[in-house]
Unconditional design. Structure first.
Lengths: 258, 258
DNA sequence: AATTCTTAGTACGCAAAGCGAACATCGTCA
DNA sequence: TGACGATGTTCGCTTTGCGTACTAAGAATT
């Protein structure tokens, strides 16, 4: 009976259904039933029940044989955003510093071995609007945000994350050797900021500084800029700006709620 | 057989669990188990299983006896936002017009008898930053966005929504008689825009124009401004600006994806 | 401090929910 | 055309998870 020692307090059907909903991401905004089944590792029939339930609940829509998310999923996130006053307290701060520094500023945390973007400044005259928005996942190992997040963790946990993560070679500059990455993380920890150059997107330099206090769940702010943009002492100015931004956000107390 | 004619393709446990997740909104960001059970109308044991499953999946966190949403719920919405290019195509347009008109501009649709805010401009020098963000629900009957959304529907459906909705008296100006509200909707439909004055928040005037083409699922853009702000011909300027904004958004084609 | 009221955790029998092999259906390529 | 692969649906058997009943522990009230 070791096999079927399921926790009676957990509903496995519900958990399976959730993973159906979670499987819709940026790369695959609409999927067929079989595709969902494959990506969730569930039986096709199981995935189907989950998907149909989501359709009935209004979170998925079915056009032909393709299933895609409906706007209603936003309502789920809305509860979190409202509760933490993101619109009123976080966004203005991000925007303010974004304008001042002439970049985009992003707030992020660690989630499932990836970087989860929580909020992002939305000013017009940032250099480029990268395609990422709140709720997007970006890789952990090759971004400044990710490195800084890992630097907020005990060294051992960071190492575990690195080992668990796959390390694709996004660009020719991407570090691939785990120990090289760990070294970068160590450096970020000691110096209190992280910089990556073209490791995720070519020609883009990423900056990040910690926001959470040590011991708390890691939260960071960062920004990216094209290489040319950051000539001369610009890097320093950016990092200082981010530090100030982090301090202000810390004062609002939004970080406490994770 | 009327009672237990459950659809075999729908997972009721999953549906119940989902409604646990959905019950967390702005008013009640953290709840106790008993409270969840009450608000979902589920048995306590059922609600407990749902909540514990959500905790295990990382969407809820438990501190003491309070349960609250984790940032991970944002990842669910992230799929939708990325898929529809909200960050790249919608937000810039909203911001641009918000700055030009010196207000906030909001994109919204109909959801479960309420207005669901999909996106909102985030500029600094809007007059006030109201506490609403993407993913928030606001009432249907007493907002310009809501009225305009209903005006996009066949008159009959709008009437059904009014009848189904509870009509609280938010302010002394709130219309309460259903036929008066329906008349306003009728007017919005014919003139192509909707204006409400202090019916939801005192001293605030709301404007909204349709974005979707007739027959499609209703989508609108709107904005609100304090009464003093909209002196003279300002209302007209605002409405014209919104019309242009709507036209631009229409051209991006984001509306098609609902 | 003793009281009521509310809330959280546990147990378990029974009904029904949902699993997945098997079947049906649709496309696609030889 | 026929065979094959991929996808969608059905249905009997088993498991899940529902909800009553009970225990216990906090809050709130006296």
């Amino acid at each position: 009976m070791t096999k079927t020692e399921q926790d009676r307090n957990i509903s496995s059907s519900f958990a399976k259904g959730l993973s159906v909903l979670a499987v819709f991401d940026a790369e695959t905004p609409s999927m067929t039933l079989a595709e969902i089944a494959r990506r969730t590792g569930q039986d096709r029939a199981t995935a189907r029940r989950g998907a149909l339930t989501l359709v009935q609940a209004g979170y998925l829509r079915q056009q032909g044989r393709m299933l895609s998310l409906t706007p209603r999923v936003l309502a789920l996130a809305g509860g979190f955003l409202q509760a933490n006053q993101f619109g009123r307290r976080v966004q203005p701060v991000l925007n303010h510093h974004a304008r001042k520094l002439e970049t985009e500023v992003t707030l992020a945390i660690l989630d499932q071995g990836r970087v989860l973007l929580l909020a992002q400044s939305t000013t017009e005259h940032g250099p480029v609007t990268y395609g990422f928005t709140a709720g997007a996942h970006i890789p952990l190992v090759h971004t400044s945000l990710g490195r800084m997040l890992m630097a907020c963790l005990p060294a051992e946990e960071a190492a575990d994350l690195i080992n668990a993560a796959e390390i694709p070679q996004h660009t020719e500059h991407s570090l691939t050797r785990p120990d090289a990455i760990l070294e970068q993380i160590e450096q970020a920890r000691t110096q209190g900021y992280s910089v990556t150059d073209s490791e995720f997107e070519p020609g883009i330099i990423g900056y990040a500084v910690p926001l959470s206090r040590p011991g708390q769940t890691p939260v960071v702010v960062g920004s990216s800029a094209p290489r040319g943009h950051a000539a001369g002492g610009q890097s320093e100015r950016l990092l200082q700006g981010l530090q100030i931004c982090a301090a202000e956000l810390r004062q609002t107390g939004v970080v406490e709620g994770l």
